[in-house]
Design a protein around this ligand. Structure first.
Ligand code: MV4
Length: 518
């Protein structure tokens, strides 16, 4: 693949975000010789993204509506510091067409799609209409908002069970599964009022229900000269409450032929919407490997690193070059997938307490490294994780030649990770990675709930007992080894052989408990 020489595209980019993604964007700017500008709220004065950026400006109180979501303040900072582009990251204003338009009107390049493309995808029904006319496979159902009576008719046509979905929705809000006609009216009212409360629009439409689908998404890149490529898929089926937990690339169920068909459909989606820059087309894939367009995410996604690791591309640098008007530096035939990547999203939340957010001070932090390990973090030791924002701390991403090796590498990296002072979901990943179904890649969108339900019923029973036995066996072995190493008893003459073999687990067990390793 031809590599572009480093050249200045923008002089200065304002990063309209915080946390790990702001740090990720600053890193891309630094490598491209572009100045980066951070913004921060009251509780983010000492945040990592503020420390890493070339410049940083205060934009208001902790409440996002008065800081990271405040279009006027962001544009004011951009103008006064002379930024010529804005990257929105994900979340916050990233999919807000009014923000994209306001940037354009202020003469500042928005690094993302045009407002018009965002608007088409912002409504599920208009998105479905656009995709239907482009010949993209859709889940059977309606493409216009429905009245109660129309909903009953459409449901009869497509056949129960059906899903009622909010036209303005996303992320599962305003969504209802309806198994029979007699449930439809009350479900309709519930979905409709939930949609009104959450999105300010009561519009609801219908899709046929797909049982236990996989969620597989295709990354696309489109430049401003009519070129569009797909960069393979991400398997995102392991979710909890519509929050992704583990993502990987490639998907075990996608063969080269299916990848080509889904990829070409995704490019069709982008072209039908006049889409430019980086985007993701989400599909549901059923048990027969039939795929259906679900929605398009008009932003860089949290899980973009797994695609970067299997394609060898830097998606953020490509986004910046595209926004600067450069043509894509490669064609579809130049895109090759290599190896396997897995991402775990680390959250400050308590898996023992229904994943309740657990913000607080990070008193000790030891991060994994070594071959094939990438950590995209927004935190550092000694920092107070604020409770005002999404509690994602970092993403741990590994790459290896095969899925099996990637799993082993992730388990190794998780063992190296220690976060003290707050509760995190680290133990959840150990559980997922050793699950036999996960190891066989037999997963779907309900699978994580199954794993959790299993381990909950087993908690007071066999499984936890086994786990404790395992832990204490390891502890005893480690303590014994540490004693041998210290006293020289039972080891080789100078005690080093025993120390070499057994000291690391001893240190690790102590470190896990006390958070004291240096
Ligand atoms: C579905 C579905 C089954 N059939 N649509 C949930 C979030 C929203 N973006 C779409 N969602 C679903 N739509 C039909 N017709 C199952 C889900 C779904 C899901 C989808 C993707 C990832 C995780 C999910 C978890 C539960 C349900």
């Amino acid at each position: 693949m031809p590599l572009e020489p480093v050249s200045v595209v923008f002089k200065k980019i304002l990063i309209a975000n915080r946390g790990e993604i702001a740090v990720r964007l600053i890193r891309a700017c630094r490598e491209m010789g572009v100045r980066s500008v951070a913004v921060y709220s009251d509780v983010d004065r000492t945040a990592l993204h503020v420390r890493k950026a070339d410049e940083a400006y205060y934009i208001g109180p902790a409440a996002a509506t008065e800081s990271y979501l405040c279009i006027d303040k962001l544009l004011q900072v951009a103008r006064s510091c002379g930024a010529d582009a804005i990257h929105p990251g994900y979340g916050f204003l990233s999919e807000n067409p009014r923000f994209a338009r306001a940037c354009t009107e202020a003469g500042i390049k928005f690094i993302g799609p045009k407002a018009e493309a965002m608007e088409i995808m912002g409504s599920k029904t208009s998105g479905r209409r656009a995709m239907q006319s482009a010949g993209i496979p859709l889940v059977p159902g309606s493409t216009t908002p429905l009245s109660r009576v129309e909903a009953l008719q459409v449901a009869e046509e497509v056949g129960y069970p059906v899903m009622l979905k909010a036209a303005a929705g996303g992320g599962g809000k305003g969504m209802r599964l309806v198994r029979a006609a007699k449930e439809l009216e009350s479900a309709f009212d519930a979905a409709s009022s939930e949609a009104l409360r959450a999105f300010g629009s009561a519009e609801v439409y219908i899709e046929k229900w797909i049982e236990n689908p996989r969620h597989i998404e295709i990354q696309i890149l489109a430049d401003e000269h009519g070129h569009c490529v797909y960069l393979g898929e991400r398997e995102c089926s392991l979710q909890r409450r519509h929050q992704k937990v583990v993502e990987e690339a490639p998907s075990a169920v996608v063969d080269p032929e299916l990848r080509r068909r889904m990829g070409e459909a995704a490019v069709g989606v982008a072209q039908a919407a006049g889409y430019t820059n980086a985007g993701t087309v989400e599909f549901l894939v059923d048990a027969e490997k039939k795929f259906y367009f679900l929605e398009m995410n008009t932003r860089l996604q949290v899980e973009h690193p797994v695609t970067e690791l299997v394609t060898g591309l830097d998606l953020v640098q490509l986004q910046i070059n595209i926004a600067a008007g450069k043509p894509l530096p490669f064609a579809q035939d130049d895109v090759h997938l290599r190896g396997h990547a897995i991402e775990c999203r680390l959250y400050a939340e308590d898996p023992e307490n229904n994943f309740f957010p657990s913000p607080g001070k990070i008193t000790r932090l030891m991060t994994p490294a070594g071959p094939g390990v990438r950590e995209d973090s927004g935190v550092y030791e000694g920092w107070q994780v604020p409770l005002e924002y999404d509690p994602m701390l970092s993403k741990l991403i590994v790459w290896a030649r095969t899925r099996k090796q990637a799993i082993a590498r992730m388990e190794r990296a998780l063992d190296e990770y220690f976060i003290g002072g707050i509760k995190t979901n680290l133990p959840l990943f150990r559980k997922i990675l050793r699950d036999p179904g996960f190891r066989k890649a037999e997963i779907h969108t309900g699978y994580l709930d199954q794993i959790l339900a299993q381990s909950n019923t087993a908690t007071k029973g066999k499984e936890e007992k086994d786990e404790n036995d395992e832990t204490s066996r390891r502890e005893i072995a480690a303590l014994a080894a540490a004693l041998f190493a210290a006293t020289g008893k039972g080891g080789s003459p100078n005690g080093t052989a025993a120390a070499k073999v057994q000291t690391p687990p001893a240190w690790k067990m102590v470190a896990r408990r006390e958070g004291m390793r240096n």
